[in-house]
Design a protein around this ligand. Structure first.
Ligand code: GLC
Length: 559
């Protein structure tokens, strides 16, 4: 099988199905809804969709807890609907990347139902079961902390043992050390590839190998379950047995990954994954790696440049600012106010896209990012519906109630609910997302920020994205060019070049809401130049640029 590495020239759009478009009027996004928007996706110019989970699930973590890996959850439709969707995508030249969530299953998966029945059940070793510690065995087996807060262990009465769950207690971790589990995963992957899927986004894939004996470790056990001892062996096996036989791609979610580790996961001679999502760009702007702090452009640029240089010629980057777990980028990087000045919002949404998507790598656009959607205003505690936010608040109320106000403040920007509000299609009731009351509140700014309005406005974020995507397509300098950062210590400007075959692309972005001086004295010894993209109306020549306006971005091409 020839692997074409098609992902190197792809532009991926992420769909979070419950919030994209409701097709059957029950307030929940679904597959019919996606089908009704395929022409929109084609018009946008994207060439692949990453679809967040739509498998059978009790939805404790919105589908990231799967109870049947081979079927579609009825709230999203049927397998036949799914087949219609993938054909519709393929007809339009759009590939489909499915979410592969196999670090854990749902506790309602048949395997777990069997596993918890008795200590000698054939499925017992599909999961991690351990005796409790302490006199009466009522203390968790180790000090690992769940990603959603609290102990990573849950006591189960039936067999009086604990099981491991690095996420919610309804997401028990699968035991990849058991060859039967690995064979099950291989079968699942093969099943979807045979149905025509083009790739997988591998959920929390760096957690699948746990250190033998499950020792306590540091930071809630992090170093004992991230990039564990057998991870490369297991990924290599999955690649050899299944992935290598298809022209597909993989992108692994890899929180905490360094450039060096990324090369181990994705090096072409290693036959594991194709690409990873790194989180250093998020961590650079956070306390303890997760609590968001004011964005520091210098640090962020440093991370971008480190990854660009580190993977050049050896690996491949994944370019993203948003996804279903991250705040909206205009809120995170610019101003966290859903009513922010509209001009600022639009200009900064375009500038941020330019800053990230001219780098080398595969661009990922999260639904709504292309119209500059923002975070929401949380008015009540009950507005937090995401399991992560609810668990964190639960733990705080139990152990440190005096921190509640602080926690709510952090959640304003940090909460995953920010990214999960229904897609804003038009100014009608429920933003055109559904005729019924949506499963989660629509952002109140939908009358102003929506797809229909974006089509009507020639200066919209959407029209800018369309242009950017069309410039990117098949453009060798963007795909292959070498990256070099300029003015790396500048605190407001992000400037970089892409060089290829004697041509140069220069990307200039002003992250400040003010005019910033730009006096490039180096001079450019090129015959031709053109301004191929900008977010203000200008035809200034490169050498005439003296000042960049608030959130201005420009891309010059020199030949
Ligand atoms: C990943 C997903 C997130 C989910 C978690 C557990 O981080 O992106 O949404 O909650 O894995 O599956």
């Amino acid at each position: 099988m020839v692997r074409t590495n098609w992902y190197k020239d792809a532009v991926v759009y992420q769909i979070y199905p419950r919030s994209f478009k409701d097709g059957n009027g029950d307030g929940m996004g679904d597959i019919k809804g996606i089908i009704s928007k395929l022409d929109y996706l084609k018009d946008l110019g994207i060439t692949a969709v990453w679809l967040s989970p739509c498998y059978m699930s009790p939805n404790d973590d919105n589908g990231y807890d799967i109870s049947d890996y081979r079927d579609i959850d009825p709230q999203f439709g049927t397998l036949d609907d799914w087949k219609e969707m993938i054909s519709g995508m393929h007809e339009r030249g759009i590939k489909l990347i499915m979410d592969l969530v196999v670090n854990h299953s749902s506790d309602e998966h048949e395997w777990f139902k069997e596993s918890r029945k008795s200590k000698d059940n054939p499925y017992r070793d599909y999961y991690f079961w351990r005796k409790g510690k302490g006199k009466n065995g009522k203390k968790p087996p180790n000090t690992w902390v769940s990603r959603f807060g609290g102990s990573a262990w849950e006591y189960d009465e039936t067999t009086r043992e604990y099981y491991l769950h690095l996420f919610s207690k309804k997401q028990p971790d699968l035991n990849w050390d058991n060859p039967k589990v690995r064979a099950e995963v291989q079968d699942i992957v093969k099943y979807w590839l045979d149905l025509g899927v083009d790739g997988f986004r591998c959920d929390v894939i760096t957690y699948i190998s746990k250190t033998e004996g499950l020792p306590n470790g540091f930071l809630g056990g992090d170093n004992m379950f991230t990039h564990g001892p057998n991870i490369h062996k297991y990924l290599n096996e999955l690649n050899e047995k299944v992935l290598s036989k298809y022209d597909c791609m993989t992108v692994g979610e890899a929180s905490g990954v360094t450039v060096e580790q990324a090369l181990l996961y994705t090096g072409e001679d290693r036959h594991e994954l194709d690409t990873v999502f790194q989180f250093e760009q998020v961590e650079a702007n956070a306390y303890f790696r997760i609590i968001p702090k004011k964005v520091n452009l210098k640090k962020t640029k440093h991370v971008f440049s480190k990854w660009q240089a580190g993977l050049y010629g050896h690996g491949w980057n994944s370019l993203y600012l948003e996804n279903h777990d991250q705040p909206r980028c205009v809120s995170r990087y610019i101003v966290d106010n859903p009513n922010m000045d509209d001009f600022c919002r639009k200009q900064s949404a375009k500038m941020l896209a330019t800053a990230i998507y001219f780098q080398q790598g595969t661009p990922y656009i999260y639904q709504g990012q292309e119209i500059g959607m923002t975070n929401i205003e949380f008015e009540n505690e009950s507005d937090h519906v995401d399991i992560m936010a609810r668990n964190i608040l639960g733990q705080i109320k139990k152990y440190a109630p005096f921190l509640k106000r602080f926690a709510l403040k952090v959640l304003d920007i940090f909460s995953r609910d920010n990214a999960r509000t229904p897609m804003q299609w038009n100014a009608d009731e429920n933003a055109g997302f559904s005729d019924a009351e949506p499963w989660y509140r629509v952002n109140k700014n939908y009358k102003k920020i929506n797809v229909e309005e974006s089509y009507a406005d020639k200066n919209s974020v959407l029209n800018f994205f369309k242009k950017l995507i069309s410039i990117r397509k098949g453009n060798e300098i963007i795909i292959k060019g070498e990256y070099r950062e300029l003015y790396d210590s500048h605190k407001d400007l992000y400037v970089y070049d892409r060089d290829y075959n004697g041509a140069k692309l220069r990307v200039i972005c002003n992250f400040k809401n003010k005019d910033v001086k730009y006096a490039d004295s180096a001079g450019m010894a090129y015959a031709g130049q053109s301004l191929i993209l900008s977010n203000y109306d200008t035809d200034e020549k490169y050498e005439e640029v003296k000042v960049l306006k608030p959130y201005e971005c420009r891309v010059y091409m020199f030949t």
